[in-house]
Design a protein around this ligand. Sequence first.
Ligand SMILES: Nc1ncnc2c1ncn2[C@@H]1O[C@H](COP(=O)(O)OP(=O)(O)OP(=O)(O)O)[C@@H](O)[C@H]1O
Length: 362
Amino acid sequence: MSPTRDTVLQALSTVRDAAGSSDVVAADRVRALNVEGGTVRFILEMPADVAAQAEPVRKAAEEAVKALDGVETVSVLLTAHSAQPGGAVKTPPPSLKVGRHPTPQAGPQPVAGVKRIIAIASGKGGVGKSTVSSNLAVALAAEGKRVGLLDADVYGPSQPRMLGVSGRPASPDGKIILPLRAHGVTVMSIGFMLKEEEAVVWRGPMLMGALQQFLGQVQWGELDVLLVDLPPGTGDVQLTLAQKADLTGAIVVSTPQDIALLDARKALDMFDKTKTPVLGMIENMSTFRCPKCGEETHIFGHGGARAEATKLDLPFLGEIPLNMEIRTAGDGGAPIVAARPDSAEAGVFRSIARRLIDGGLI
Ligand SMILES: Nc1ncnc2c1ncn2[C@@H]1O[C@H](COP(=O)(O)OP(=O)(O)OP(=O)(O)O)[C@@H](O)[C@H]1O
């Protein structure tokens, strides 16, 4: 039996908090809990004064969740103030003041200068959500749209790699954050704020606050659309964004297999609950054409996402093939739409972009 949010929280409520009397759930240390099949991920946010005792608590939390029925992998991230082996406190997070607690806000907030915010979501990891986000962003920019891309995939921000952009965004006044640009797209990623080795350390603290700040404090400029590359799944981060950002809608990416579609349905359900319109579904890794003989194979099946979209009366936006060059281009820092704009594969992304524009969605 797969674990649920509730069983995980129940297990965590047996773990004593570093500060003393209560458990980690009651002490409100658990952030961004994400349960996906047998994989459980969450963050333990510890205040600085108990940082030295944080690691044993993290271990205990990991053990408690691991002991649950159906749990295969547990990933627990600690806050910025986590303890080094030997008890020293690690270097504080980057000086840019990003990553505070969320500031209370009444409801969904618009982002200054941004006409539309569209979330790119998937119920399951690894289905190509980031690949779709980066290519779609570049394709929309090629159509003359002013496009921003916010990489909110806190568990593994991949846009710096996919767009070949790195470096730290400047913050001249310590408040406004200046985003970076790549392939005609304005980009901000939580990955820009981390050094490789600091990733786990910085991710934890005040994650929601960081995302909220990325929406509110990044100087996006005038944009026709801001695409938000969400983390996979339907956990706290996705929910927070769906509730706090004034989303125009969401696009759900899925591979064709039943299991991926099952998860895609959960994402659709989440958007239904948060009253976020679903603008359409995209099937990725839809078909594979042998580069030698040209024969087409449906490695993960075919047509599942289209059938699901039809069943739910949602627009089906397109099928993206499983293709080596899509992978090498993306993993090499230039999405295929930028690297080989005239290729058939780039054409698929461009026609999805045009469909969104023609449909008046962007
Ligand atoms: N259509 C495709 N053809 C070939 N490779 C692909 C395709 N789509 C994605 N990939 C590759 O699959 C891997 C996972 O893709 P990607 O990072 O876009 O998925 P994701 O859903 O964003 O994953 P995560 O859960 O890590 O956020 C990457 O190496 C990417 O290059």
